[in-house]
Design a protein around this ligand. Structure first.
Ligand code: HEM
Length: 380
């Protein structure tokens, strides 16, 4: 999409698209201004089919689609476990899980980065944080896989995929309903217990809202982190001396930020104008949809030198891959830690790693950046 973004930034940085019935915003400063102005550009959305897709049919109000004050109260419920200090404690455990996934393929000489590591890792980590018992994790991963599986990835018809997704959603909802009941009687130190016992605007959440909350945590962090890890493997493969220049911890940290900028897993986020307002010199009416293309902002030459080149040690790197303002990604520290662990483990355990760049299929959504499979050959 990068040449198209460039053209848009130059020719029509803010425009109304009649077909999609929304405003598109392409420049860094404008995208940031929209995201930082939650009063005029609201995240509150009617419960449409889109909401169903994003949160697996369990959609109700979540922090992602509410405005203050409710947004802030919902977010506060789970803020602490996602802060850097709390996330840091997960590092050894995330390392163990990563080693297990590599152990399972290490004798094969080849693996699919996505299926064998980048998909199961974030699912397992978030399932544990939520409080899914170890025995149920395999079942749980199957539901998650089915729910996020794009129709393009399957050999069966789109209707069959849709039916399977609905089935998996229903089963997962039933499963969570049971787990919620268990935790109501017997709270533990997990996210599910926090959410059940939280007071939001003076009341506990309904069962539907609790399900929506858990679904958001699950769905927001999985495919995005999968794509970050996968995009990193692809970007690093294009470097002149391969992974050598990103092997040490400090270089890897910078390089992951550059992957976030260069191939942002989420390319755009949307808002609704809360009042009649201005976008640049355009008049926007209350109720208009506004799509902020952070993927384009991250390639804006006014913000980044040489924006269409992957520069692994780029610094500073104020990318908008995790958004900006009050909805800034809750899971950013966790996603970074998972990516660092996955990538450094691949480097440690594999002597060489070859990516085949041919015939990679993009994921089936223009708002996400990633591929469906990433086969690599390696030696140990
Ligand atoms: C919000 C990106 C990983 C949970 C966001 C937003 C972006 C984003 C762009 C802002 C959405 C908006 O403004 O409307 C990413 C990327 C990730 C990632 C690129 C991986 C590389 C995670 C993980 C979690 C997570 C691991 C873990 C639970 C959330 C939540 C929100 C959010 C709950 C809503 C925050 C709010 O509304 O206050 N993410 N995310 N994300 N993300 Fe992430």
């Amino acid at each position: 999409p990068f040449p198209w973004y460039r053209e848009m930034r130059e020719e029509s940085p803010i425009r109304y698209d009649e077909d999609r019935e929304c405003w598109d915003v392409f420049r860094y400063d404008d995208v940031q201004a929209v995201l930082q102005n939650a009063e005029e550009f609201s995240s509150e959305r009617p419960l449409t089919a889109q909401g169903e897709n994003e949160t697996g049919g369990m959609a109700l109000e979540t922090m992602l689609n509410t405005d203050p004050p409710r947004h802030d109260e919902l977010r506060k419920v789970v803020d602490d476990p996602f802060k850097p200090g709390a996330v840091k404690h997960l590092a050894p455990h995330i390392q163990d899980i990563t080693n297990e996934y590599i152990d399972a393929v290490v004798d094969d000489g080849e693996m699919d980065i996505i299926a064998d590591l980048a998909t199961p890792l974030p699912v397992t980590v978030i399932a544990e944080l939520i409080g899914v018992p170890a025995d149920d994790r395999e079942q749980f991963k199957q539901w998650s896989d089915t729910i996020v599986e794009g129709p393009g990835a399957a050999t069966v018809s789109a209707e069959t995929v849709r039916e399977e997704q609905l089935q998996a959603q229903a089963e997962m909802a039933t499963y969570f309903t049971d787990l919620i009941e268990q935790r109501q009687e017997d709270p533990r130190d997990d996210l599910i217990s926090k959410v059940i016992h939280a007071e939001v605007e003076g009341a506990t959440l309904s069962e539907g809202e609790t399900l929506g909350f858990l679904a958001l945590l699950l769905i927001a962090g999985n495919i995005t982190t999968t794509n970050l890890i996968t995009n990193a493997v692809r970007c690093f493969a294009t470097l002149p001396d391969g992974i050598e220049s990103v092997r040490d911890a400090a270089s890897l940290e910078l390089a992951i930020e550059e992957v976030l900028r260069y191939q942002s897993p989420i390319q755009a986020v949307s808002r609704i104008a809360a009042t009649d307002t201005q976008l640049g010199d355009h008049d926007v009416k209350a109720g208009d949809r506004v799509v902020a293309w952070n993927g384009s902002a991250n390639h804006d030459g006014d913000q980044f030198d040489d924006p269409d080149t992957f520069v692994p040690d780029r610094s500073p790197n104020q990318h908008l891959a995790f958004g900006s303002g009050i909805h800034f990604c809750l899971g950013a520290h966790l996603a970074r830690l998972e990516a660092r662990t996955a990538l450094s483990t691949l480097f440690d355990r594999f002597e060489t790693m070859q990516v085949s760049e041919t015939e990679l299929q993009p994921v089936g959504s223009s708002f996400l950046y990633g591929v469906q499979e990433l086969p690599v050959q390696f030696s140990t």
